[in-house]
Design a protein around this ligand. Sequence first.
Ligand SMILES: Nc1ncnc2c1ncn2[C@@H]1O[C@H](COP(=O)(O)OP(=O)(O)O)[C@@H](O)[C@H]1O
Ligand SMILES: [Mg+2]
Length: 319
Amino acid sequence: MTPNETPEKVPAVQTENLTRLYGSMTALDTLNLTVNQGDLFGFIGSNGAGKTTTLRILATFLAPSQGTARVLGHDVVRDADAVRHVIGYMPDFFGVYKDMEVTEYLDFFGACYKIPAAKREKTVVDVLELVGLSEKQGALIGALSRGMQQRLGLARVLIHDPQLLLLDEPASGLDPRARIEVMAILQELQRLGKTIIISSHILSELQTLCNRVAIIEKGKMIYTGPVQGVRDQLDAGCVYWVTVRDNAPQALELLKAHPSVTEAEAVDGQVKVTLKDHAVDPRFLAETIVHGGLTLTGLWEDELGLEEVFLRVTRGETQ
Ligand SMILES: Nc1ncnc2c1ncn2[C@@H]1O[C@H](COP(=O)(O)OP(=O)(O)O)[C@@H](O)[C@H]1O
Ligand SMILES: [Mg+2]
């Protein structure tokens, strides 16, 4: 099967029980990951979760210990050559050739992919335009800002027009502006039909960018699906804040005693209440306070940020 014949419905990535050991340490533990063609897919986990290990396996740089991984239908072990043709892999740290000119550098990689010289020139112009570096053609790489070097890295992985991009924390270490520029390029690439997997240890960074995400921790999948589903599926609980005119300690005792309350604590004179789940009707909070003879002065739901949800889920799990 050549890349051009890849049927639409073959997943861009499919792993089955993918496992990788380093010595006796299990870095990836029976991971089942599916990424569909056309996805802009966020691969999220704290440091040491196993993101780089997974991406290196998909890029055929590292062999699985057990389980399988297929990229656009090609097995990463048996059909490694075919996989290399359809992916563009940008590692978390890549050396740049500081004394080379931008065009020279891209031309060099084009030659590595055996793109004929005549075609190469246009390809280099095209990818530079895509990443917004057309004006830097003749510049020395060492003179580019960090954000520009990162965009040049993107240009490099685009040179052979791969269908799937594997980007390992491409935004880390960038200032907010450079990060936004990288994200905008990724959206454009998705629009052009590429499938993109981008890893990050910051969930909120990918919140608006990606249509689907996977969250891994200690080599295990803890969530995969749309970003909007993270909060529900991870069952973050439901937090309310209650304030009373006086006697907050009594309010705390009253709420603590209620069967629908999992946790209640005093924080800066307010009572923070965690309910069992979102199905619980929170009106009982007000009733409990009023029936207890106290004056309710405030009751509001805590807007639990996605990052907080993520931290709660992974808390204590990170090495
Ligand atoms: N070459 C290696 N030898 C031994 N342990 C490694 C090696 N590479 C990664 N690890 C360990 O495997 C786990 C997963 O690492 P990694 O895939 O780099 O995670 P992430 O990219 O999510 O930070 C970590 O505990 C890390 O220390
Ligand atoms: Mg990593």
